[in-house]
Design a protein around this ligand. Structure first.
Ligand code: SDX
Length: 391
């Protein structure tokens, strides 16, 4: 009732973003990347194949796959001087705080004159960022542990290389990863690769619409992702499970949720009003990893009890609240030995291919600077009042 649109001579209802990359049917719980269902991609493709499809429109053929994987391998190392940048952070800094800073700083170490209207610059941006994110993510972990940085090994696969840089030390000359863990890590990357116009992708597009440096745009996306309502939810799920403690405490916790004291983290979604299709694959992956590791994590039992109760409770049913991608991912990551502070960093690593795909899609056609519309609900025009006359 109150409020009016700010006058804009060129006012057009801001059209929704047009994109060919990802389709979500929130009612059906369907997620397609370039038309391919997410469960088929996660269960059959490697993450880098999915990243290629997000960037180029189709899954790569054998030759395109080999070429793209080789280009990524060639650019996994980062400028050695970036070490000094890390050394400026406190050891106990949150790795997401470090990633926002370091990724933004890449524009100072590499291409601060990237022009995304240039096709070649677009490829440089995509390859370098996708290639370097695992290295930077692992460095932010090693720095927090006070351990030496590990150089990427290009005889390893993308997920294997990340786990190597995270957990190996210079003494681990014969480092071997568990294949089930590596495959699970790769699947987790795919399940987080893109998700249409979510908050962080919209941030990247808005920053990119000004022509800003692409590394700085991705840093803006990392900042947006960090929030507990978005990418920070996976870390918040584990904190929630720690707070609940045992299955016996679930009914009391659920009362706090229904009285709106707390949210059930890892549940609900802006778009899905049905199961998040990624949550189903994540749950299957969780079972595979825990079995392979011979781990019987009481947190999984607690999470399943929460899910069962929530799916039968009218409060959640009436609000179409289902588990989302973050509900089980933390349990897997914890089982792999990844600290909760790194969960959102892994989300950011994986989402980089989606963020870049949207940025390059926008720059590959005419676009206008973004400016979300405002409905003004403030004071109408009034005269100035001198300070001595103010009440
Ligand atoms: C991600 O957008 C994306 O695509 C994001 C993402 C991606 O891949 O980029 O999918 C990743 O961010 C997944 C979501 C991770 N966040 C969480 O798990 C945090 C917990 N979830 C909530 O904060 C919430 O569900 C949101 C933020 C995700 C969505 O919030 P909305 O849009 O307000 O949800 P809604 O409109 O469907 O809410 C309807 C009702 C409201 O109650 P009423 O006012 O009607 O009484 O449900 C309530 C909400 O308060 N509600 C919850 C709840 N989520 C919504 N109540 C308890 N627990 C929850 N988790």
């Amino acid at each position: 009732e109150s409020g009016f649109w700010s006058y804009d001579p060129g006012f057009k209802v801001t059209a929704p973003v047009e994109s060919k990359i990802t389709y979500i049917d929130g009612g059906k719980g369907e997620l397609l990347h370039r038309g391919y269902p997410i469960d088929e991609l996660a269960n059959n493709a490697e993450y880098l194949e999915v990243a290629y499809a997000l960037l180029n429109g189709d899954l790569p053929n054998a030759e395109q796959k080999a070429d793209f994987f080789e280009k990524i391998r060639e650019h996994t190392a980062v400028h050695d001087q970036l070490r000094k940048f890390f050394e400026g952070f406190r050891r106990d800094a949150h790795p997401m705080a470090i990633m926002v800073g370091v990724v933004g700083a890449l524009s100072a170490f590499y291409h601060d004159n990237l022009d995304l209207s240039n096709e070649e610059h677009r490829e440089i941006t995509a390859i370098r960022l996708i290639a370097k994110m695992p290295t930077l993510a692992a460095m932010s972990y090693k720095y927090s542990q006070g351990e030496p940085f590990m150089y990427p090994r290009n005889d390893f696969s993308y997920a294997e290389n990340f786990l190597y840089m995270m957990f190996a030390t210079p003494a681990d000359v014969d480092y071997q990863t568990n294949d089930v863990i590596t495959r699970a890590m790769d699947k987790i990357f795919t399940l987080h690769a893109d998700h249409e116009q979510n908050a962080s992708t919209s941030t990247v597009r808005l920053a990119g619409s000004t022509g800003a440096n692409p590394y700085a745009c991705i840093a803006a996306g990392i900042a947006a992702l960090w929030g507990p309502s978005h990418g920070g939810a996976n870390e918040a799920v584990l904190e929630m499970l720690d707070e609940i403690g045992t299955v016996e405490n679930v009914p009391e916790f659920m009362e706090k949720v229904k009285s709106r004291e707390v949210k059930l983290m890892g549940f609900g979604h802006r778009v899905y009003k049905n199961f998040d299709p990624r949550a189903k694959v994540m749950k299957e992956t969780c079972d595979e990893v825990l079995e392979a590791l011979g781990v019987n994590d009481p947190k999984l039992e607690l999470a399943m009890a929460l899910e069962k109760i929530a799916l039968e409770d009218p409060f959640f049913i009436e609000r179409n609240l289902y588990p989302n991608v973050d509900f089980y991912s933390g349990i897997i990551l914890k089982a792999i030995g990844i600290p909760t502070s790194m969960f959102t960093v892994i989300f950011a690593l994986a989402r980089t291919s989606g963020w870049i795909s949207h940025l390059l899609e926008m720059h590959s056609a005419p676009y206008k600077i973004g400016r979300p519309r405002q409905l003004y609900t403030g004071e109408t025009r009034r005269d100035f009042v001198k300070v001595e006359d103010r009440k």
